[in-house]
Design a protein around this ligand. Structure first.
Ligand SMILES: [Zn+2]
Length: 166
């Protein structure tokens, strides 16, 4: 089998930088019917223009590529949103842990924690006074107010002894 016996169809899988050489080679093939020769030449040219694929495949691939690009863009957007949300939640976690004097990494729940070895529950460290005033005190005030107002409500009568002597 000589080089000239090699089917141009076999050659169509070749790299794009070989395509012009293939076209020249194809033009020199006297044994191939001129119609077939021109069809093959056109197919090769179209493949070159389509990045090495024929038209049908090119269209299908273009759709697939467009869909994949859209999916990738959606994923990237979602990923960025999640990163932003995670950053925000981490900030809030660190702030609240500082306000409560807790380990921001594990809140005292992980014996393997490199920061506190599991001993960093709320109150394990001096709370940040400013953050405590800002984040904890309002809740405490509300809690005390709620308890006071509840104790002001008429209490259900004690079933046995009265409460007069306390
Ligand atoms: Zn910890």
């Amino acid at each position: 089998m000589t080089d000239t016996d090699r089917s141009p169809l076999e050659a169509m899988g070749a790299e794009p930088d070989l395509q012009s050489a293939l076209l020249q080679h194809l033009a020199a093939q006297e044994s191939i019917d001129p119609t077939v020769q021109s069809l093959l030449a056109r197919a090769l040219t179209e493949r070159a223009q389509n990045g090495g694929r024929n038209y049908a495949e090119g269209d299908e691939d273009a759709d697939r590529v467009a869909r994949r690009r859209r999916a990738m863009r959606t994923l990237r957007d979602r990923f960025e949103e999640m990163e932003d949300e995670l950053d925000e939640l981490r900030d809030r976690n660190d702030t609240l842990a500082a306000a409560l004097g807790a380990c921001a990494q594990c809140w005292g729940e992980d014996p393997g924690c490199e920061l506190c070895a599991g001993g960093g529950g709320p109150g394990s460290y001096p709370p940040d006074p400013q953050l405590f005033d800002q984040l904890v005190r309002p809740g405490l005030r509300r809690l005390h107010a709620t308890r006071r107002s509840q104790s002001d409500l008429p209490q259900p009568p004690e079933p046995t002894t009265g409460r007069s002597t306390q």
